[in-house]
Design a protein around this ligand. Structure first.
Ligand code: DUC
Ligand code: ZN
Ligand code: ZN
Length: 468
């Protein structure tokens, strides 16, 4: 064998449901050798007592999306991908979000302009379809599907994004023809609107009421409706960001019927509850935890764990959707303190997703290290058409690796995170197990707190179809 560029020796290599002590040889950005021989290489890394995992693939991340008047997302592509790398990720899939009235093709071009030359890790785009015009359904979406945009998200709520039932069915029909995968944000628009007005009329405007305005019933109803529509058209769907047992039971019911309904959950549903939205006092501190669907209660957390453990969930993503508590000049955001209605929905999490699931799941013996890898890397790569280039340690795969110290203890603190938000909802959470190094296509890009790469190192990834 020609001399390797790098060999990572003696690590516990986890991939494809197996853990073995192996040496990994890297040549020209790919994995070229896996075995126990002592080969020569230009660079040798000793990973004794450490895990070597496929790089994290975070398949649900929002970056630089328009988020309403006076509101700016806290991350652009540079800061989001930097934060991703520090958290052990080598690939993220943010969204190119269509604004109503806008051409989908133009929207995709705009996101490429924002991302181009600003990527620390590899990146691909899902689409968000907010305006399914005949032009979008008949021409743009089919053409973009063929160009590698093989997944898109639809919303059942939000004024600017909601699709009605007829539109959902029409979009699902295009997905069927193009063999693309639809992700569904399942919360019912009308019920939320009704409850929000009622709460505001009663003077209940604090962030806590955000959760009360979109209870689990609203999520359950929309989840059932989305599943029914998918069944009518006969397509697979992904129900994203599931928050508790109500929606989860709908998904279990669908799976038992043999329907192809995939499910995703996120760190906020195992670490936070609606009580976090109360804040310490009535100064809108609770706004730091406003996301949709909102976190529920301890029992819901247990329900989510049951789905993580028994295989109901295929995906564990961050739903990174970063905002600032104060604006960039240190001021309160205008309007944000009058009612929960004006608090932008979303919390940061791309950097803390993997440590949280490792610590709460693997270190606390709830799940195996192999299941951790499946949920956070292999399944996202398969689901969204990037496997076996991504999501696996195999000869010929991209040398995307994360070297983990399973015993390293660290408490999550805003001061050491790299995201653009001015807070983390996980402040003070004790973590056991942390990524030490992140390797992207054979290059160490993050080592123990230090970046050794540039914003030009990440590439845009064209995707194939779902292979799960
Ligand atoms: N939905 C998401 O997927 N992310 C953030 C906010 C939201 O409503
Ligand atoms: Zn969503
Ligand atoms: Zn999201």
């Amino acid at each position: 064998m020609a001399e390797l560029d790098t060999i990572i020796e003696n690590g516990l290599v986890v991939s494809e449901n197996e853990t073995k002590k192996l040496n990994i040889g890297i040549k020209e950005q790919e994995i070229a050798y896996l075995g126990d021989e002592n080969l020569e290489a230009k660079t040798k890394i000793n990973a004794e007592n450490l895990f070597v995992l496929p790089g994290g693939v975070d398949p649900h991340v929002h970056v630089d999306q328009p988020s309403g008047p006076d509101v700016e997302m806290a991350d652009n592509f540079q800061s989001a991908t930097k934060s991703a790398a520090a958290g052990g990720n080598t690939t993220i899939i943010p969204f190119a979000m269509q604004v109503k009235g806008e051409s989908l093709r133009k929207c995709v071009e705009d996101y490429h302009k924002k991302a181009n030359g600003n990527l620390y890790v590899d990146t691909s785009f899902h689409l968000i379809i907010s305006d399914p015009t005949p032009q979008v359904l008949g021409q743009e979406l089919p053409a973009l599907s063929k160009d590698g945009y093989t997944s898109f998200k639809v919303f059942m709520t939000y004024d600017d994004l909601v699709l009605n039932d007829k539109e959902l069915l029409e979009v699902f029909e295009v997905a069927k023809q193009q063999k693309t995968l639809v992700m569904v944000h399942a919360e019912g628009y009308d019920a939320i609107k009704y409850l929000t007005k009622k709460l505001e009329d009663e003077g209940k405007t604090a962030p806590y009421y955000h959760e009360i305005s979109r209870p689990e019933i609203v999520e359950r109803e929309a989840t059932h409706r989305a599943i029914s529509h998918a069944q009518i058209i006969n397509i697979p769907i992904v129900i994203v960001h599931v928050s508790g047992s109500e929606a989860l039971n709908q998904i279990r019911w669908a799976k038992e019927k043999g329907l192809k309904v995939f499910a995703e959950t996120c760190p906020q549903y195992i670490c936070l509850t609606r009580d976090n939205l109360k804040g310490l006092n009535m100064d809108f501190e609770g706004a730091k935890y406003v996301c949709s669907p909102p976190p529920r209660d301890k029992q819901s957390q247990e329900a989510i764990w049951s789905g993580i453990i028994d295989g109901t969930f295929e995906l564990f993503s961050s739903d990174h959707s970063p905002f600032r508590f104060k604006d960039s000049k240190g001021k309160d955001r205008p309007g944000a303190r009058t009612s929960f209605r004006w608090v932008p929905n979303g919390i940061p999490g791309v950097e803390t997703r993997l440590p949280i699931l490792f610590s709460e799941g693997v270190s606390k013996n709830r799940i195996s290290i192999e299941r951790f890898v499946e949920l956070t890397s292999t399944n996202p790569a398969k689901m969204y058409g990037m496997y076996p280039k991504k999501g696996v340690i195999k000869i010929g795969s991209d040398a995307d690796l994360t070297i983990w110290d399973p015993n390293l203890k660290k408490t999550i603190k805003q001061e050491f995170l790299n995201h653009g938000s001015d807070y983390t909802p996980y402040e003070g959470l004790d973590i056991t197990g942390w990524p030490l190094q992140t390797w992207l296509r054979g290059k160490c890009i993050f080592n123990n707190g230090t970046f050794s790469t540039t914003k030009n190192n990440g590439e845009y990834i064209n995707r194939d179809y779902c292979s799960l």
